[in-house]
Design a protein around this ligand. Structure first.
Ligand SMILES: Cc1cc2nc3c(=O)[nH]c(=O)nc-3n(C[C@H](O)[C@H](O)[C@H](O)COP(=O)(O)OP(=O)(O)OC[C@H]3O[C@@H](n4cnc5c(N)ncnc54)[C@H](O)[C@@H]3O)c2cc1C
Length: 463
C-alpha cells in the first residue's frame, strides 16, 4: 500500500490541535524516531507528536484516518525487530509525556497507568507499597511498548509475560473511537477477549493510552544460585529438569561461556568463563528456601555442574542481574562497528537443549560468531550473531543462521519469537508458523483497521 507524506497544512493542523511544542518535524527528532535497537533499516517519519491526553491521540488518529497517513505508536524505542520503525513514514505518536501513575489500589494489587511510564520507574514507586509489576525486559522499556510486544523477562518463568499481568486498557481505535477493555476483576468469562488480542499486536490494531496492571507482592525471601557447567548441553538439560521437578524458580537464565567472557571484559566482572545458569527462588522464609535449594543442588549436580554458589547477598544479587541484563550491550560495546542480529526463539522446555545444539551447529557451519543466552526456564533462546554491516556476505550468513534456527524451532513445536515480536524482522516466518490462521489474522486487521493506517508494514506479511 502507498501512504501519503504528511502535508505542511496537516502538520499545522496537528500543531493547532496538540500544541506547537508537542509536535516536531526537526531533523534530530525524525532521526531519533527512525530506528529501534535492532539492525533493521531505519526509516524517518514525517512528523513526531507527543500527546498529553487521550483526546490528543484521538485528534491525531482522526487526522490520519481522514488523509490515510500511517500512524506508529512509540514508547522507548528499545525493540529488537524494527517494531516501532515507521516504515511507511507518516506520524509517530511518542508516549513519553503520557507517563503518569493514575491510581494505586494497594489492597487489590492493581495500578492504573498512562502507558508512557517506564516499568523501572513504576516499580520504584510500587516498592513503597510492597508491590511490583513482574515483567522485566531489562531495557529501559515503557508500558505501551511492553504491551505492544507482549514483553517478558527473567521472572516470566514464575510470574508470566505482560499479557498475564494486564487487567484493563483504554484504547484509541483506527477510526478515533475510544474503547475500554477488561475490568478490575482478576477473571472474567465475558465477551471476546479483545484485551489480550491487543497485547502483542504491536500497535497494529489500536493505540493503548492507559492500562490497569495486575501486581504481585514483593517476595519476603530470595535465594540466588549460580551454577557453572563444562558444556552448554548440560546446563540446558538441567533447565528442563528444574522445571519438570516442580522446583518453581522465579528466574532461570542461561549464559554461555562466550557471553560471560564479554560481560567480564565490558563490565569488569570476574565470573568463571563457563556456561552458566542463574537461578532465583522466592519463598516465605529461609528454611523453605533451604529445602528448595537441596533439591536444586541435586538436579544441578546430576547434570554435571562444576561449581554451585548460593545465597549471594542482596547487593551481589542486584549486581548479577544488572550484568545479565547488560549482556547485549556488553557485546555491542566490545565490538564497535559491528552489528548484532539477535535471534529470539522459544520451544517446549524438553526441546531446549536440542534447539541450542542445533543452533550451535548452524553457527559453526556458517563460520559465524554467536553468543548464546536466554530465559532458559521459558524455553526462550537468544543468540546474538555478530556481523560487519558493510559485508553483505557476512550479513547473509547470519541471516541464514537465523532462518535455520527459527525454522527448526517452529518445526519442533515452538515459535518464531518468544518475546521480541514480529516487527519487520520476523515477517517471513508468519506463514510457516501460522498457516491458514494467518488469513484470519488478516481479517481481524481489516475489521479493526480497514484503511491499514496503524503501524503498517508490521505483523502481517504484504500488509
Ligand atoms: C538490551 C535489551 C534487552 C532486552 N531484553 C528484553 C527481554 O528480556 N524481554 C523482552 O520482552 N524484550 C526485551 N528487549 C526488547 C524491548 O525492550 C521490549 O520489547 C520492550 O517491551 C519494548 O518497549 P519500548 O517501550 O521500547 O517499546 P517500543 O520499541 O517503543 O515499541 C514496541 C512496540 O509497541 C508499539 N507501541 C508502543 N506504544 C504503544 C501504544 N501506546 N499502543 C500500542 N502499541 C504501542 C510500537 O509501535 C512497537 O510496535 C530488550 C531490548 C534491549 C535493547
Amino acid at each position: 500500500m502507498n501512504y501519503p507524506r504528511v502535508t505542511p497544512e496537516d502538520v499545522a493542523r496537528l500543531r493547532r490541535a496538540i500544541g506547537d511544542k508537542h509536535v516536531s518535524t526537526g531533523e534530530s527528532n525524525l532521526g531519533l524516531h527512525s530506528k529501534d535497537e535492532s539492525y533493521h533499516q531505519p526509516h524517518r517519519p514525517d512528523v513526531v507528536v507527543w500527546p498529553q491526553t487521550t483526546e490528543d491521540v484521538v485528534a491525531v488518529v482522526k487526522i490520519a484516518a481522514e488523509k490515510g497517513y500511517a500512524v506508529t505508536p512509540w514508547c522507548a524505542g528499545t525493540s529488537l525487530e524494527g517494531n516501532p520503525i515507521p516504515v511507511h513514514g507518516g506520524i509517530v505518536l511518542d508516549f513519553n509525556e503520557m507517563a503518569r501513575i493514575i491510581e494505586i489500589r494497594e489492597k487489590d494489587l492493581q495500578v492504573d497507568v498512562e502507558v508512557g511510564i517506564q516499568y523501572r520507574e513504576l516499580n520504584n514507586q510500587l516498592r513503597h507499597y510492597g508491590l511490583f509489576f513482574p515483567p522485566d525486559p531489562g531495557a529501559w522499556a515503557s508500558l505501551g511498548g511492553m504491551i505492544g510486544n507482549n514483553a517478558s523477562g527473567v521472572r516470566t518463568v514464575a510470574y508470566g509475560a505482560t499479557r498475564d499481568c494486564i487487567l484493563g486498557m483504554e484504547v484509541v481505535m483506527a477510526d478515533g473511537a475510544v474503547i475500554h477493555l477488561g475490568s478490575r476483576a482478576i477473571k472474567s468469562s465475558s465477551g471476546y477477549d479483545l484485551l489480550r488480542l491487543m497485547v502483542g499486536s504491536e500497535g497494529t490494531l489500536g493505540i493503548v493510552t492507559r492500562a490497569t496492571l495486575r501486581l504481585k507482592g514483593l517476595p519476603p525471601e530470595y535465594l540466588t544460585v549460580v551454577a557453572t557447567f563444562p558444556a552448554v548441553h548440560g546446563a540446558c538439560a538441567a533447565v528442563s529438569d528444574c522445571i519438570r521437578y516442580g522446583l518453581n524458580p522465579a528466574a532461570l537464565e542461561l549464559m554461555d561461556d562466550a557471553v560471560v567472557a564479554e560481560i567480564n571484559r565490558d563490565q569488569k566482572m570476574d565470573l568463571a568463563e563457563k556456561p552458566m545458569l542463574f537461578l532465583e527462588f522466592h519463598n516465605v522464609n529461609q528454611s523453605a528456601l533451604e529445602s528448595q535449594y537441596e533439591m536444586v543442588e541435586a538436579v544441578l549436580q546430576e547434570h554435571g555442574a562444576l561449581h554451585i554458589e548460593k545465597g549471594v547477598g542482596a547487593d551481589e544479587r542486584a549486581r548479577l542481574w544488572e550484568v545479565r541484563h547488560g549482556a547485549l550491550e556488553s557485546i555491542k560495546r566490545n565490538h564497535p562497528g559491528q552489528s548484532v542480529l539477535l535471534v529470539d526463539t522459544c520451544v517446549p522446555i524438553s526441546c531446549y537443549a536440542q534447539m541450542v545444539d542445533r543452533a550451535k551447529e548452524e553457527v559453526v557451519g556458517e563460520g559465524a560468531t554467536g553468543f548464546f543466552w536466554g530465559h532458559a526456564g521459558d524455553g526462550n533462546l537468544h543468540l546474538g550473531l555478530l556481523f560487519d554491516p558493510a559485508d553483505e556476505e557476512a550479513k547473509a550468513a547470519v541471516q541464514r543462521v537465523n532462518r535455520a534456527v527459527v525454522e527448526h524451532s517452529i518445526g519442533i513445536g515452538g515459535t518464531c519469537t518468544g518475546e521480541h515480536g514480529i516487527g519487520v524482522g520476523k515477517l517471513a516466518f508468519m506463514e510457516g508458523e501460522h498457516g491458514t490462521a494467518l488469513e484470519y489474522m488478516r481479517r481481524i486487521k481489516r475489521a479493526l483497521d480497514p484503511q491499514g493506517i496503524l503501524n503498517p508494514g508490521k505483523m502481517l506479511p504484504g500488509q
